[in-house]
Design a protein around this ligand. Structure first.
Ligand code: FDA
Length: 306
């Protein structure tokens, strides 16, 4: 039940920090099951997946995997990936958008460096008429992520958006604070391990908070990305959006909820799929495992087969 599920999440998310487990994953590579959630290690892998999804009537966004970068060289390398990625992907003419993680751009080491990189990436995307969203990460970087979003918008860069996590106690206040900017907001439940002082702990409570945050965004934000695989939250959002004549889309992760995504597209609604690629897939992969206990059995079975 509820308690089992949250114990499971903290076990997986803590185990993922172990160097031994990371080394084991490295040996087995994407074949241990990560290829269900990650397009591949190269940009070409990502481009192939994008083509396939567009062929099914889906919208897409790309993220270059990587986070928790604490050196200037690491942050510069991440920025260079995006500088190559954006023109290469924009060429497909399919309206693919992008996401960046500010810890990938070194925000925990040097806030100004991350801001400079983000500004350059979002400006480059603007030249290609592309949109870049700042993903939201663990609670220690929420203030600075929102500050960088505001700084970019203050520079006149309107091709950017942010993410709010329903599990954080603060998120409704953050949403209300952002409304004067006419923001483009992705609403998610939240994927990190957070203490009770900061975040709701019970799944049923997060589900309720998610619906409230989505409804408020659909009513007042300029654009809302309803990012979830939760069918009942999706139905509720469709009803709210109809009532408010909202500008919105659904978003899902590559490898999760594909049948549901196809149904939504068949109903005439837009679904944008997150396509992650790159060599630093391990931490992303463990967050996907922590979201559903049966995913871990699936990986253990794959390891056993090799
Ligand atoms: P919930 O956990 O209730 O799942 C609903 C159903 O979906 C489950 O019953 C199951 O069937 C299926 N499902 C969900 N996850 C699965 C998985 N990993 N494997 C198999 N089935 C699964 N978080 C964050 O903190 N910052 C961010 O920037 C983002 N960005 C983001 C973008 C997009 C497009 C999505 C869809 C999600 C995120 N997230 C995120 C992750 C989000 O916070 C959350 O952890 C996951 O979306 C899982 O929660 P659901 O909303 O799907 O609901």
């Amino acid at each position: 039940g509820q308690i089992g599920q949250s114990v499971f999440r903290s076990l997986i998310l803590s185990a993922a920090k172990s160097p031994r487990i990371q080394a084991m994953a490295g040996r087995h590579g994407l074949k241990a099951g990560a290829d269900r959630f990650v397009a591949g290690e190269s940009l070409n892998d990502a481009l192939n997946v994008l083509d396939r999804l567009h062929g099914e009537g889906m919208r897409t966004y790309v993220i270059a995997l990587g986070e928790a970068v604490h050196t200037r060289e690491g942050a510069d390398a991440a920025a260079r990936i995006y500088e190559r990625l954006i023109p290469d992907v924009a060429r497909n003419g399919q309206g693919t958008t992008f996401s960046i993680k500010l810890t990938h751009l070194g925000i925990e080491a040097d806030r100004d460096l991350a801001l400079r990189h983000a500004r350059r990436i979002v400006s480059l995307a603007a030249e290609h008429s592309a949109f870049v969203r700042l993903d939201m990460e663990h609670s220690a970087v929420v203030d600075e992520t929102l500050a960088i979003y505001r700084a970019l918008r203050g520079d006149g860069l309107d091709n950017t958006g942010v993410v709010l996590q329903a599990y954080l106690h603060r998120s409704m206040d953050d949403l209300i604070g952002l409304l004067p900017l006419e923001p483009n907001i992705r609403v998610v439940k939240g994927a990190y391990l957070e203490p009770p002082g900061v975040a709701l702990q019970r799944k049923t409570h997060v589900d309720v908070a998610y619906r409230q945050l989505v409804r408020t965004a659909l009513t007042y934000a300029k654009f809302t990305a309803v990012a979830t695989h939760d069918a009942s939250a999706i139905r509720a959002a469709m009803a709210d959006a109809r009532k408010n004549d909202s500008d919105f889309e659904f978003q899902m992760l590559y490898g999760v909820g594909h049948a549901l995504a196809r149904q939504i597209v068949a109903h005439g609604h837009a679904v944008r799929i997150c396509v992650p690629f790159g060599q630093d897939w391990f931490v992303y992969f463990t967050r996907r495992l922590a979201e559903r206990p049966s995913n871990v059995l699936f990986v253990v079975r794959n390891l056993g087969r090799r």
